[in-house]
Ligand binder design. Structure first.
Ligand code: SF4
Ligand code: SF4
Length: 458
């Protein structure tokens, strides 16, 4: 059955009556498909492997919600280090802006988890139900035992894959030994985690079985943003109209190289016709390049009728790689990366927070002005540490208590200490400050915080 070509005025996944049109993309074979498969294997190994790789005694990437810590490639961040997230997120955001402005939707086509996972889902589908024509045929068939069996097996495999991914996802938040214990225990012993994994696996299954490419077309915010980031010099996947048009069978007088075989449309996972120009639905998966190159080889024409290029390049103009928006995004990305690198290089293995105790801001007792503080010491290392507390200030007569003993902290642990700081009343003239410092037992690092010392103004 001939299928009507998609147009730029229609959404490929919606029929004229508003119902869902299921896209059965044909299998593409070629260089880019092979490279993308290899990239997928590496990415899946990275996604699944990060919680297993041990760096400095912690997983390479782990959000320890219970202890409010985030482990990132040997670095342990606590809630006080949240400001670093601003530079990490903005640096990554500008990095994505830069990549998109330069290389279009390369992230979508090559690295996005949705694309990587859907590639696996399509393999499962192909394995159970056959290639695109057989799947379309199965769609139209009445519900026989054979069809029910195929659909059942396919959806059961999707569910297994979804459950696997949900467990991989939760391993970023629950340590692997604990996750293993939870999996071995009955569900009612860990209801909340069980429901979370179940709900997530359900959402993933729905995505694999029904939603699929619609996520990229209607839901993904980055997909919406890309039209603002891309310009006529960005590298996209496009069709060489000058070379391909007018379309016609091989050997037809005056015809271009496109033989209108529609192979590029058949392999497209979002169901578009790339010959109509750059479209929002295109996730830059390069399947149409492989499909068209195969056709070009068969008809003895040069490859690259569909290829990577820029809108200006396809129009015969020069592609400008260095342009104002690329320079701007590069500068913003470098600022983010520099600040982040500097912050990480000055990162302390322990932090302190000094808080004034609740109640009156100061007390007058025995001829002294007294301030009371609560010191919180957080050890961000994977080994116990002993700290010495030192208190100083701009008034030489300043005295303190609470600093006599060394403070023992467990690995990744914290300790609280009340501190009392006093200045003789006659030496206090309305303003003073207190500096609290902790020094590691080996003297290799320290952390400090300064707070004003409060007292009577007269
Ligand atoms: S048009 Fe080509 S690159 Fe874009 S989504 Fe379809 S097959 Fe992939
Ligand atoms: S695969 Fe190539 S030759 Fe065939 S319709 Fe698409 S652009 Fe034309």
């Amino acid at each position: 059955m001939s299928i009507a070509l998609p147009t730029r005025e229609t959404v490929t996944t919606i029929n004229a009556d508003g119902s869902r049109r299921f896209i059965h993309a044909a299998t593409a074979r070629g260089w880019f498909t092979t490279l993308r498969t290899l990239a997928s294997i590496v990415l899946i190994a990275v996604y699944a492997g990060l919680p297993w790789i041990n760096i400095n005694g912690n997983p390479a990437m782990f959000f320890d919600i219970a202890n409010q810590q985030f482990h990132l490639f040997g670095l342990t961040l606590v809630t006080q280090d949240l400001w670093l997230a601003f530079f990490i997120i903005s640096g990554a955001g500008f990095g994505l802006f830069f990549t998109t402005a330069l290389l279009g939707r390369v992230w979508c086509g090559w690295a996005c988890p949705q694309t990587v996972f859907l590639d696996i889902v399509r393999r499962i589908e192909r394995w159970v139900e056959g290639d695109a024509p057989q799947r379309r045929h199965l769609d139209r068939e009445p519900w026989t035992l054979g069809k029910t069996l195929k659909r059942g097996v396919k959806n059961a495999l999707y569910a297994v894959f979804a459950l696997l991914l949900a467990h991989v996802f939760i391993s970023y938040f629950v340590s692997l030994p604990r996750l293993w214990r939870m999996m071995a225990a009955a569900p009612f012993e860990n209801w909340s985690a069980f429901l979370f994994v179940f709900a997530m696996a359900g959402a993933l299954w729905f995505n694999f079985a029904w939603f699929r490419e619609q996520f990229c077309i209607v839901l993904c915010p980055y997909g919406r943003l890309q039209s603002a980031l891309i310009d006529n010099d960005s590298v996209i996947i496009g069709y060489d109209t000058k070379r391909g048009e007018p379309r016609g069978k091989k050997g037809t007088f005056g015809a271009g190289d496109c033989v209108d075989c529609r192979r590029c449309v058949q392999v497209c996972p979002t169901g578009i016709d790339i010959r109509q120009g750059l479209q929002l639905e295109c996730i830059a998966c390069a399947a149409c390049i492989d499909a068209c190159d195969t056709v070009m080889e068969k008809i003895d024409r040069p490859r690259g009728l569909v290829r990577y290029g820029s809108v200006n390049g396809f129009a015969g103009k020069k592609t400008r790689y260095i342009r104002p928006r690329i320079i701007l995004y590069t500068v913003l990305m470098l600022i983010g990366a520099t600040v982040m690198s500097f912050s990480i290089s000055t990162f302390k293995p322990a932090t302190i927070s000094l808080l004034r105790m609740s109640g009156a801001p100061y007390f007058l007792a025995d001829g002294n002005v007294r301030n009371q503080f609560l010191l919180r010491i957080i050890n961000k290392q994977n080994r116990p540490e002993v700290f010495q507390i030192r208190i100083s200030g701009d008034t030489p007569e300043l005295k303190s208590s609470g600093t006599e003993e060394l403070v023992q902290t467990a690995a990744l642990g914290e300790q609280m200490r009340p501190l009392v700081v006093m200045i003789p009343r006659e030496k206090f003239h309305g303003f003073a400050s207190v500096k609290v410092q902790i020094v590691s037992a080996d003297g290799k690092f320290n952390a400090e915080q300064t707070l004003p010392f409060l007292g009577p103004t007269k």
